[in-house]
Design a binder for this molecule. Structure first.
Ligand SMILES: [Zn+2]
Ligand SMILES: [Zn+2]
Length: 183
């Protein structure tokens, strides 16, 4: 009998509304059929604030928090309410290293439309779920997909994110299933 797989952990890094953690965990179990557990939150990442940009550096957060032990978890999604960046982009919705253990998701830029007006909660939750599942895909080694009707298609802005569906194309689905088998 195959060993029971470790669950995916969902953890707030700093102050994050509990509903975002629930939305992400529900999509991981509902869409990907993987166990997901919400973990006790960890401290706000003051150490990662870039004072020139007033944004938080993904690389610094991943380097610092990844080293903490999440032994009982296959992968971990860290959720933040602050603005994230990686040096080559003005901002990112999320970040993960290919095949890594932990990904980051920020709700900061998902709350408004391009003109800055707020959007319905349901859309904010859908965007959050998309970013989380996309980054989880990277943790399972999925690359960006050319198919713009696939969740692994790269979205650099909200318009693209909103056009991206909440599911993987059949190639990415097959790859994902394969990656799970190999765990
Ligand atoms: Zn990506
Ligand atoms: Zn795809």
């Amino acid at each position: 009998m195959p060993q029971k797989k470790k669950p995916i952990g969902v953890v707030a890094i700093g102050d994050v509304a509990a509903v975002f953690l629930k939305v992400i965990a529900a999509h991981i179990s509902g869409y990907l059929n993987l166990d997901a557990e919400i973990l006790p939150s960890v401290a706000h990442p003051h150490f990662a604030l870039n004072e020139n940009r007033f944004q938080y550096d993904c690389g610094v957060i991943l380097k610092t928090i990844d080293s903490e032990s999440f032994d009982g978890y296959e992968k971990v999604i860290g959720v933040l309410a602050v603005d994230l960046f990686v040096p080559i982009f003005t901002h990112v919705f999320g970040e993960a290293r290919q095949g890594g253990k932990m990904a980051l998701v920020s709700t900061y830029r998902l709350q408004n439309n391009l003109k800055g007006a707020s959007v319905p909660d349901s859309l904010v939750y859908e965007r959050t779920a998309k970013v989380a599942l996309h980054e989880l895909g990277h943790l399972f080694n999925l690359m960006h997909c050319d198919d713009d009707k696939c969740l692994m298609h790269f979205s650099g802005n909200l318009e693209e994110l909103d056009e991206t569906p909440l599911f993987f194309c059949r190639y990415c689905t097959a790859y994902f299933r394969d990656a799970l088998q190999r765990q």
